[in-house]
Design a protein around this ligand. Structure first.
Ligand code: GLY
Length: 377
């Protein structure tokens, strides 16, 4: 293993404990430059197939390739276009067949370099190639560093909706290089921040308070504040995934705001009009407001959560979605496509307070319809 350089002296490690499928998440500055030696340490003699977002590869690929060369790892690269539409059967087929053409074997390694799209697609290709090869996540967006690269959810979208075809396939290593965030467009960074704040809202009021005090530093690029926010988020996710890998219980809490948010993403076409994190920000605001109206959440907590999102420039209401939106009934219909529906009953993640989310089963549909109608007007 290379000696830590000045850049990696700030290295933080989060362990995801899953028995034989356990792995480490490394968080630090310029980790991409030592990726090769870290990969060689977990997979000596393996070859690597880099599946990379083409924009990210143009910016950072040469440093990854140089580190693989330095570690003596033979490699091939397959680039994929940026954007959610890449998570489709056609791209999965193209990438998987290319991996077979390149003779990537059972003992080799797939490396996902990019945001959530590249990670989900590469992870799924790794899950099905020769019945499963190991993969390494090098997440390059804030959202991927704190959420999608951890926990083994991989997959693609179909015409019916997002992530409807996929597999749980845990990575063998996650390298979250905080320096890569410097080239992330500000809007993408802000959208990823919604998932950071989610961890505070769902289970850690102290972290939410810390974010309120440190958001300005995080957005200004303060390396220490960023690393702390990412590490705390990864620790929260690692704990939840270790407890409930396949989402039969507590992992559902990670979907705070997601049922509302997914409906908004579906209504706006999963694209630039409303980024995932922006949809989740509105979704969390709605989940808190619904928790006040129909649960026991103090209005002050809901107002505080919403104020923080608004302070950092995230949208918090339906009226902030650009362009036309379906009416309340249309939105409710989209919400019923959620994977948490059970025998026609809606499950939502609601909150008793900031830092105390819970799974609400069998949500009363007329009440939800009335709530959406009020919010839509
Ligand atoms: N992003 C939600 C989960 O990984 O469960």
């Amino acid at each position: 293993m290379d000696k830590p350089t000045a850049e990696t002296a700030d290295l933080r490690t989060v362990h995801v404990e899953l028995g034989a499928r356990s792995y480490d998440i490394f968080i630090g500055h310029d980790l991409i430059s030592t990726a090769g030696s870290r990969i060689a340490a977990i997979a000596p003699c393996a070859r690597a197939a880099v599946i990379a977002d083409e924009t990210v590869f143009a910016l950072h690929g040469s440093r990854l390739v140089a580190s693989l060369d330095a570690a003596g790892i033979g490699h091939v690269t397959i680039t994929v276009p940026p954007g959610e539409s890449t998570k489709c059967f056609a791209e999965l087929e193209r990438v998987t067949l290319a991996l077979i053409d390149e003779h990537i074997e059972r003992g080799d390694i797939v490396i996902a370099l990019g945001g959530g799209v590249a990670g989900d697609l590469a992870g799924f290709a790794a899950a099905i190639l020769r019945r499963g090869v190991r993969f390494v996540q090098i997440p390059t967006s804030l959202l991927a560093q704190v959420d999608s690269s951890i926990g083994g959810k991989t997959g693609i979208d179909t015409r019916q909706g997002k992530n409807l075809v996929g597999a749980f396939h845990q990575p063998s290593l996650v390298l979250a290089d905080t320096a890569l965030l410097d080239t992330l467009p500000e809007r993408q960074f802000r959208a990823g921040y919604a998932e950071v704040a989610k961890y505070g809202l769902l289970g850690d009021a102290g972290f939410f308070g810390w974010l309120e005090n440190n958001a300005a530093a995080i957005f200004a690029g303060d390396a220490l504040a960023r690393a702390t926010a990412i590490e705390t988020s990864c620790l929260a996710k690692a704990r939840i995934v270790a407890e409930d890998e396949l989402e039969s219980g507590v992992r559902a809490l990670l979907n705070l705001g997601h049922t509302f948010g997914h409906a908004l993403e579906a209504a706006t076409g999963y694209g630039e009009r409303l980024l995932h994190g922006e949809a989740i920000s509105i979704g969390m605001a709605l989940a808190f407001e619904f928790s006040v109206m129909h649960g026991d959440c103090p209005a002050a907590d809901s107002e505080r959560a919403i104020a923080h999102f608004a302070d950092v420039g995230l949208p918090v209401s339906l009226s902030q979605v650009p362009g036309e939106l379906p009416g309340a009934e249309g939105l409710l219909d989209l919400m019923t496509q959620d994977k948490k529906m059970e025998r026609g009953k809606m499950t939502l993640i609601l909150a008793h307070a900031i830092g105390d989310a819970y799974v609400a089963r069998n949500v009363d549909m007329p009440t939800l319809a009335a709530f959406l109608k009020r919010k839509r007007n």
